[in-house]
Design a protein around this ligand. Structure first.
Ligand code: PGA
Length: 256
């Protein structure tokens, strides 16, 4: 029988969280995941980079490191050098990260990250031994013009280095218009894009059965079960609802 893809639930805290409150929230999540969650769901928390090291220390102290992994939200393409304010994938790994979100639409928009830049960053993540969570997604205008699949395929092919595989790369489909808006695509729209992503990966890799494809954009406790019911959805990338364990935990439970 074919191996099953493990579900993955990733929380993207974005530029939110200070040491005290963040630590308390992570502690709550860790205790819940150790007490209840079936281990076939991978949980990743991507806090601001300033919190990676203290969070890694906390997870080690309470022995929750096997239940919750940490991730960064961006990295530079180089390992080190004269790049004021930037962080390398090696630094994220050194601080305790195992994953890194790359190509998020907020990075693409706020920092002008092209597919080529994102591709370089994904390769850097792999060089450092991190799993890349590569984000792709169409804008509202692209969807209105019937260009959603074209836009997603173009981003995917342009942002994916030749050496990437299903082991070191997770794809997150995040329609730009669904992020933080409370709007989500319909189930058939999500299924269509996820199938197109898997087909595109299969054309590149020969086989993409084990590739994990997440949905992201206004995932909440009340829509999580319906999302995880879609056969092509292997988990979620969650922004706003990842900041409070009271919201994040029910989503993780729905995935299990
Ligand atoms: P949201 O953000 O869940 O707040 O819509 C998702 C994301 O940007 O990753």
């Amino acid at each position: 029988m074919a191996e099953r893809r493990r579900r993955l639930i990733a929380g993207n805290w974005k530029m939110n969280g200070l040491f005290g409150s963040g630590r308390a929230e992570l502690g709550k999540l860790a205790r819940k995941s150790m007490a209840a969650l079936r281990p076939e769901v991978d949980i990743v928390v991507c806090p601001p980079a300033t919190l990676l090291r203290p969070f890694a220390d906390l997870l080690r102290k309470i022995r929750a490191g096997r239940r919750i992994a940490l991730g960064g939200q961006d990295c530079h393409g180089e390992a080190a050098g004269a790049h004021t304010g930037d962080l390398s994938a090696e630094m994220l790994r050194d601080a305790g990260a195992r994953y890194v979100i790359l190509g998020h639409s907020e990075r693409r928009a706020d920092h002008g990250e092209s597919d080529a830049i994102v591709c370089n960053k994904v390769a850097a993540a792999h060089r450092a031994g991190l799993i890349a969570i590569l984000c792709v997604g169409e804008t509202a205008v692209e969807r209105a013009q019937g260009q959603a699949l074209t836009a997603v395929r173009r981003q995917l092919l342009g942002s994916l280095p030749g050496s990437a595989s299903a082991v070191d790369t997770v794809i997150a489909y995040e329609p730009v218009w669904a992020i933080g808006s409370g709007k989500t695509p319909t189930a058939p729209e999500i299924a269509e894009v996820h199938a197109a992503i898997r087909e595109t990966l299969a054309a590149r890799w020969g086989n993409a059965e084990m590739a994990r494809i997440l949905y992201g954009g206004s995932v909440k406790p009340d829509n999580a079960s319906a999302l995880f019911g879609l056969p092509e959805v292997d988990g979620a990338l969650i922004g706003g609802a990842s900041l409070k364990t009271a919201d994040f935990w029910p989503i993780a439970v729905a995935a299990g």
